[in-house]
Design a protein around this ligand. Structure first.
Ligand SMILES: Cc1ncc(COP(=O)(O)O)c(C=O)c1O
Length: 384
């Protein structure tokens, strides 16, 4: 089956009991047993629920994986993976990972003796660190949040495999629609399904996809033992949202590319990043590794920090908000919002400057979005 068919049919089976075309929401914490231990496959929602199973079937197929395990949020999925580590283990991570991934490594798992070292994985020499350090986990995102660096997943996977390390790819920004990390050699593909997979900004979710039975068991254990499960209602909402993912992603790509090209030719823009823009430093890798550029555009304007902060509040269609990947356009100022958890000195080092603005380009009409940007910039320059 192709992706468009998978998302509509797999894990979306009709309800046998009533014939309901749409699977119902199993809003229950527990399940009746006919005798102690005799169940119909579910005993307690923390360790499983039909809405989780449905979504796991869909998302495994979407990632071309044997298994997927769903969680309460992207951070819950990240916690599940990191909870498999023990004191003394090392994580080698891309330096531009999501701010809260950085925070959980530095402020939570560090306390339990897990250490982390950061590298710029767009530099080939950084790959030597994998061979030299043989870490338990290599952790990358591609494209990264918010700088949209594109990392060569296949090459990192080869190095990780040779070093006996597990490669985790946070696939949130690309979405499984445009990038399948497991096909490129990753061991785990992780996403915040809060973003493109659900696509409607109305719930939180996370998912880890893998072809390894051992890792599938570790993820089920974490779901239950650490209590990282989603709610059945949120799982159901994501099952609904994912049906339109291929349609939405095509429009996100089209709009973001148009917006990025517009910004590229705009005098007020110092730098614009979009994986499918030819001026992107890893453009060739991006078009080889991803089948679309996704919907995030990052730009730096020739404005002071104060003007930048004003600008992000002046739009009417780009709502100033955390998050990304919904049908509606959002804008954020990473230094003071999504990446505020990263110390200022570190932000400066890795390029998350105070003037950086991240746009999550939605599925509206791209001319309307460009007009909205123009009116926002105009209001800043006129001080209104
Ligand atoms: C790349 C990336 N990974 C993980 C997360 C965490 O996801 P959630 O907010 O669903 O916990 C985010 C959230 O923005 C993200 O951007």
């Amino acid at each position: 089956m192709n992706l468009e068919t998978i998302v509509v049919h797999l894990g979306q089976e009709h309800d046998e009991f009533s014939g309901a075309v749409i699977p119902p929401i199993y809003a229950t914490s527990t399940f009746a047993q006919s005798a102690p231990g005799e169940t119909k496959g579910y005993d307690y929602t923390r360790s499983g629920n039909p809405n989780f199973s449905n979504l796991e079937t869909t998302l495994a197929a979407v990632e071309n994986a044997r298994f997927s395990t769903v969680f309460a949020s992207g951070m819950a999925a990240i916690t599940a993976v990191l909870s498999t580590l023990k004191a003394g283990d090392l994580v080698v991570a891309e330096e531009n990972i999501y701010g809260c991934t950085y925070r959980i490594l530095d402020q939570v798992f560090d306390k339990f003796g897990v250490s982390v070292e950061y590298y710029d994985f767009t530099e080939r020499e950084s790959l030597d660190a994998i061979s030299a350090k043989e870490p338990a986990i290599v952790w990358i995102e591609s494209p990264t949040n918010p700088l949209l660096k594109v990392i060569d997943i296949k090459t990192v996977a080869e190095r990780a495999k040779a070093a006996g390390s597990i490669l985790v790819v946070d696939n949130t920004f690309a979405s499984p629609c445009f990038q399948r990390p497991l096909d490129l050699g990753a061991d785990l593909s992780l996403s915040s399904s809060t973003k493109y997979i659900n696509g409607h900004s109305d719930c939180l979710g996370g998912v880890v996809a893998t072809n390894s039975e051992e890792w599938r068991n570790k993820m089920i254990f974490a779901q239950k033992a650490v209590g990282l499960n989603p709610s059945p209602i949120d799982a159901w909402l994501i099952s609904r949202g994912v049906k339109t993912m291929p349609l939405r992603m095509a429009k996100h790509h089209e709009n973001a590319l148009a917006f990025a090209k517009f910004l590229e030719s705009h005098g007020a823009v110092k730098m614009v990043r979009y994986p499918y823009l030819e001026c992107h430093p890893q453009y060739e890798l991006a078009v080889r590794q991803m089948s679309g550029g996704s919907g995030i555009v990052t730009a730096n304007f020739d404005l002071s920090i104060e003007e930048t902060k004003q600008l992000v509040g002046k739009f009417k269609l780009f709502t100033l908000a955390e998050s990304l990947g919904g049908v509606e356009s959002l804008v954020c100022h990473p230094a003071s919002m999504t990446h505020a958890a990263v110390p200022a000195s570190r932000r400066e080092e890795i390029g998350i400057s105070d003037g950086l603005v991240r746009f999550s380009v939605g599925i509206e009409n791209s001319h309307d979005l460009i007009a909205d940007f123009n009116q926002g910039l105009d209001r800043v320059s006129r001080g209104i």
